[in-house]
Design a protein around this ligand. Sequence first.
Ligand code: NAD
Length: 253
Amino acid sequence: MDNLDKKSILVTGGATGLGFSMAKRFSEKGAFVTICGRRKEKIDEAISNLKVNTIGIVADVTNEEDRDRIINQTIEHGGKIDVLINNAGNMYRGNIDELEENKLIEIFNSNVISGMLLLGKAKQYLKETEGVNIFIGSVHNRRAFPGASPYAATKGALETLTRVLAAELGKDKIRVNCVVPGAIFTEINQRAGLFDDDQAKKRLDSMAKIHALGEIGTPEDISEAVEYLINARWTTGAILDVDGGLGLGLTED
Ligand code: NAD
């Protein structure tokens, strides 16, 4: 029997990119997967490409009623919650003197606060299953990209939360871990209006040489690491870099 068999796994922002790769991998391994996202067409497309045992909910994690609905429908679908993957996230860049208050609040809401509130709601269910929460951090906390302070600040917060909440929830046998991905082609920058697909691909390809392993990653590299942390029963408060060595800050000889 597979170790994900019959686990109930919620992946926020699971219709695209890294979240979709997780939903695909875990549903193929027998888990009951629930994904959520704001765009109905993306949810429909994802569900049509996933195996059985997966449901999609059109919902915004920054909205309280939607968060209730996400938790309730995850329970209806999987009968419990074993794993919460707080994956939904957005990019916002700008120099410090150009930043807009409402956009800063928005990115902290989507990248940090909604995950905290969702974990708060899921706590009672994760306690029953001795489950795990996984945050998705970023290599932006290893490499300082000028102009990326809003995004990097949200991802730094998730690493802090991983440690504090692992300490807080350990007595309930709930584990809290964080995967820190490097550069992977998804639609996050395009959605933020920063690049088109072509520019995003070129930009990532040009970064290959600053990875110790000489290449950018794939969504599957991340879902593999998330699967490890789901099953690692004695691992909590862990922050796992999965970035091909980008975060090492490789220098020329
Ligand atoms: P993506 O844009 O494909 O996925 C993010 C998903 O989250 C999207 O489907 C988006 O619609 C959804 N989302 C955003 N706000 C939401 C909200 N309020 N409610 C519900 N859903 C919402 O990009 P991705 O790269 O797959 O991003 C997944 C996670 O990985 C993000 O947290 C991102 O910060 C992180 N990450 C990505 C990279 C990378 O190189 N791609 C690197 C490091 C970290």
